[in-house]
Design a protein around this ligand. Sequence first.
Ligand SMILES: C[S@@+](CC[C@H](N)C(=O)[O-])C[C@H]1O[C@@H](n2cnc3c(N)ncnc32)[C@H](O)[C@@H]1O
Length: 129
Amino acid sequence: MAEKEEYHQVSRVTRSKDDAENYYDRISVVYDWLGGIFERKHAEKALKYLEIENGEIVLEIGFGSGHCLQRIALSVGVTGKAYGIDISDRMLQTTRERLEKAGLIDRVELFNRDPPNFLSIMKPSMRFL
Ligand SMILES: C[S@@+](CC[C@H](N)C(=O)[O-])C[C@H]1O[C@@H](n2cnc3c(N)ncnc32)[C@H](O)[C@@H]1O
C-alpha cells in the first residue's frame, strides 16, 4: 500500500516546453540506456500499480524511447489501445521504430507536441501513465 501512495505525489515542472523538447531530442539516442539505469525501476513500479488488462485504453504522457508504451501495447492486446504523447520528435521516431519492430504499431497511436486533434481521443474509461 505504501508503494502505491508513493505515486500519488506530484512535483512541479520548472523548465519550459522548448527546453524540455531540446533536451530530450538531444538525449534520445542514449535514453534507453540512461532510462535503464536511472528510471526503469520507477517505470516498472508504475506499470505494476496500473495492472493494465486486455481491452483497456491507456495514455502514456511522455513516453520517451517507448519502453513502457511497448509493455502497455502488449497488455492492452488487440482489443485495447495504447496512446502516447511526447514533446520530442526524436523520441517519437525512436518509439515508432521500436513498436514497428515489435509488431505492435497497430495497437498504438503516437502524438507529438500540442496536436490539434488530441482531446478527441479522451475517453472516460481511459487510464494514464
Ligand atoms: C523521463 S522521460 C520518461 C520516459 C518514459 N515514460 C519511460 O518511463 O521510459 C520523459 C519524457 O517526457 C517527455 N516530455 C517532457 N515534457 C513533456 C511535455 N510537456 N509534453 C509531452 N512530453 C513531454 C520528454 O520528451 C521525455 O521523452
